[in-house]
Each structure stands twice: as structure tokens, then as C-alpha cells.
Design a protein around this ligand. Sequence first.
Ligand code: SF4
Length: 76
Amino acid sequence: MTKPDAAHPHNAPGRVFVDLTCVECTLCVRACPNVFSKDARAKAYVHTQPTEETDLAVVEACTRICPSNSIKLHKD
Ligand code: SF4
């Protein structure tokens, strides 16, 4: 379950965020390096908010396949 109050502190502000329930699988980082990165513990965070339609589509896919449901995308 995504927990907004436990968001990774390195998330860039915006509509996408990763919370600290991330289990460090690195799937989102490998799928969308334009948006996600990993910290020293391999926990993912959003380094850049998605702007391109292709990035948004991959981010949406990542929200569905993240094994710990740690990625949240707010719809505009
Ligand atoms: S897909 Fe989920 S569990 Fe895997 S690195 Fe990204 S946020 Fe963490």
C-alpha cells in the first residue's frame, strides 16, 4: 500500500512519488531511468517528474507492476 506520509525524501515534487515501502527490486529504475533513480540502499525515488507522454505511460505501467505498490501517480 502506498503511504503518502512515508514518501522518499529525495522525490522531486510533483504528481509521481515513491514511498519507503519500496523493496529495492530496481524494476522501475531500469524501466524508466528518465524518472526513477535509486539511493544508496537501492530504494527508488523520483529524480525528475515525467513530462513526455512515453515516460508517463511507463510510469503508469510501473505503478501496476511494482511488487510493493510503492509508486503513486496522481491523475491531473
Ligand atoms: S518497482 Fe517498486 S519495489 Fe521495485 S524499485 Fe521501483 S518502487 Fe521499489
